[in-house]
Design a protein around this ligand. Sequence first.
Ligand code: IPE
Ligand code: IPE
Ligand code: MG
Length: 232
Amino acid sequence: MENTKIPRHIAIIMDGNGRWARERGLPRIAGHYKGVEVAEDIARYCIEIGVSYLTLFAFSTENWYRPKEEVELLFGLLKKYLTDKRDELIELGIYTRFIGRRDRIDKDILTLMEAMERDKPKDIKLNLILAIDYGGRDDIVRAVRKLINKGFKEVDEISFSKFLDLGSVPDPDLLIRTAGEKRISNFLLWNIAYTELYFTDVCWPDFNRDILDEAIEDFSKRKRKFGRILNE
Ligand code: IPE
Ligand code: IPE
Ligand code: MG
């Protein structure tokens, strides 16, 4: 990966856990379990290659419409992860934060999330941002609400974006979606205005470091123009 441009911020729509499990005759939750392991390995790899921000879509505002049983299993998995991994993440230099609504999440899980956000490693090697009960439209509406409540009469793109969940986090350079679907599914709408998109057919539980390398190699070859004309 010499001469490869490493994206500062990678965002991932981790999709296909259910299909991965079904193909193996396993319950959907088995795909989510494997998906968590993959997410952790990818976070470790991001530290190795020098990615500063990794934003993972873990649960959307629309995922509440799934059967209650699956929603409960997903939050159970999150709770277990936040409990078991807390110290390890800090030791690795991973600073974990969350984006999304907080008013519909169980209090015990919310307490764990807030504790994690307070635990800032001394030397931050990776900013890990987990999108839970996150919707891009909801993010924008909540930002507008905050502006109204603060009595803003004027707003521009820069002041507005500070009120979004990602706040001053730089926009993603690369957005990856797994499992073959070519849509955004209400992930970061505002922040991906100029993000490079990469789609792979591989389901998230089969995603690995090599596939991330391929995505980064591809990203590296793209000419980002931001509407301008490049002098080449
Ligand atoms: C992504 O995998 C994880 C979540 C949305 C929580 P899915 O659960 O959407 O898996 P598929 O798309 O049904 O295969
Ligand atoms: C997007 O995947 C949400 C997450 C990965 C958390 P979905 O599986 O919910 O998206 P759709 O329903 O295929 O658009
Ligand atoms: Mg899906």
